[in-house]
Write a protein that binds this ligand. Structure first.
Ligand SMILES: [Zn+2]
Length: 161
């Protein structure tokens, strides 16, 4: 039967961990929280590293989620702008929105890659990018010259990307 750790079960465990992390000697910590020195020592060497690791993972995941939300917001805005610009026939703004959307997709891909610990996906193969590309070229069909120019620069972009 493994013995329970009196420090892990302690209501002030966070305070104890904090004291240990900030370098307070385990003897002082034991005294302050009325725990046995051996229990604090064992907790410090056997349990604290795992607690710290977990806390950092939770923190990092939260930060990544936050970033993801922000980029998703940006992406929604970029797509809105793209739609408006297309309706207004404002090609310059449409192109800027597309460029922005592409950057967002790249970021999303990287963030998702970080979260999943998978290699970064190629944004240019993503369904969203294909959709944007198709929509844009369709919108430009009334302007064959502009369409050709955009198609050409897209190809360059995709070869580099
Ligand atoms: Zn413990």
């Amino acid at each position: 039967m493994p013995r329970r750790c009196t420090v892990c079960d302690h209501p002030e465990r966070h305070g104890i961990d904090k004291a240990l992390v900030s370098g307070t000697p385990y003897r002082s910590v034991a005294k302050r929280f009325r725990l046995s020195e051996s229990a604090v020592y064992r907790h410090k060497t056997e349990h604290l590293p795992a607690h710290l690791l977990k806390a950092r993972e939770v923190e990092e995941a939260a930060r990544a989620d936050d970033l993801l939300d922000q980029v998703r917001n940006l992406q929604a805005h970029a797509l809105d702008i793209l739609e408006c610009a297309e309706k207004a026939g404002d090609l310059r703004t449409a192109l800027a929105a597309i460029s922005q959307a592409r950057g967002n997709l790249e970021l999303l891909g990287k963030l998702a890659g970080d979260l999943d610990e998978r290699p970064v996906v190629n944004v240019l193969l993503s369904p969203q990018w294909v959709m944007i590309r198709t929509t844009m070229l369709k919108a430009l069909s009334a302007y064959p010259e502009a369409r050709a120019a955009v198609a050409e620069s897209l190809l360059e972009l995709e070869e580099v990307g």
